[in-house]
Design a protein around this ligand. Sequence first.
Ligand code: NAD
Length: 284
Amino acid sequence: MTAKLINGKDLAASIRRQLAQRVQALVDRGHRPGLAVVLVGEDPASQVYVRNKIKACSDTGITSIEHRLPADTSQEALLELIARLNDDETVDGILVQLPVPDHINPERIIEAIDPLKDVDGFHPNNIGNLVIGREGFLPCTPYGVMKMIESTGYDLTGKHAVIVGRSNIVGKPQTLMLLAKNATVTVVHSRTRDLAAMTRQADVLVAAVGKAKLIGADMVKPGAMVLDVGINRDENGALCGDVDTEAVSRVAGWISPVPGGVGPMTIAMLLTNTVEAVERRLLK
Ligand code: NAD
């Protein structure tokens, strides 16, 4: 068997095209959506992520307001900037690129963002809304994974979804989103005994670990749908996911590649949340 590809790059491009029309409709009503992007320090990976997010904004017609702060910026100064952005009517979404330097407490920063501008979906209010099934902002990466599954027409009802990884930004919110679509969900993690025995039961397998090619063909049920969230470097320095894509493609029914899978979808969902922030305020 050769797995069908879930092409996140193409899906993200189509979502961005649809968003550009929604942005134009808002501009016609007198408001161009604005996203404030805050980067503290010079982490090279963060710089790449921020650059990609800003480019995607401009392609979609969203104004991005970049705030680059030196690595020694105090927590107080960062909190003051967030307070100003919360009050700024031209700013619809606020994103503080993580990780922040060690002297800054990321939880304090996330909690300071107005939940109505929290387009990353990390604020406890938004996570709480997700837990109880109320409207809020969904964290972009697991939201993107849900859109990728949806794009295949796959019905999750009653299916067994296994998520590898339990982080606050991917694994845990992914669990809640899959539950909301009536999947039976198992979460496995670094302390799980016999990982392969668990992953082999998955109709849908989401890998969000950060370990290159951890998921091999012997860990995947024939015909399963495999979503690869990981961003790693392989032994040759090439970008790869948590899944051994080549081997698993021979077993799985569906597979998302890295690069060109979940990564571009994460950005598309960030833009979606930003446009929704405006629509909720102006149109509802
Ligand atoms: P994290 O380090 O916060 O969490 C990793 C999780 O994996 C933990 O819950 C841990 O228990 C589990 N884990 C670690 N080793 C394991 C093992 N051997 N077996 C089973 N579980 C194990 O990471 P994160 O922030 O959730 O990110 C995970 C990966 O996804 C990283 O590669 C990250 O770069 C990537 N990521 C990609 C995007 C994107 O846009 N594509 C977004 C966020 C994160």
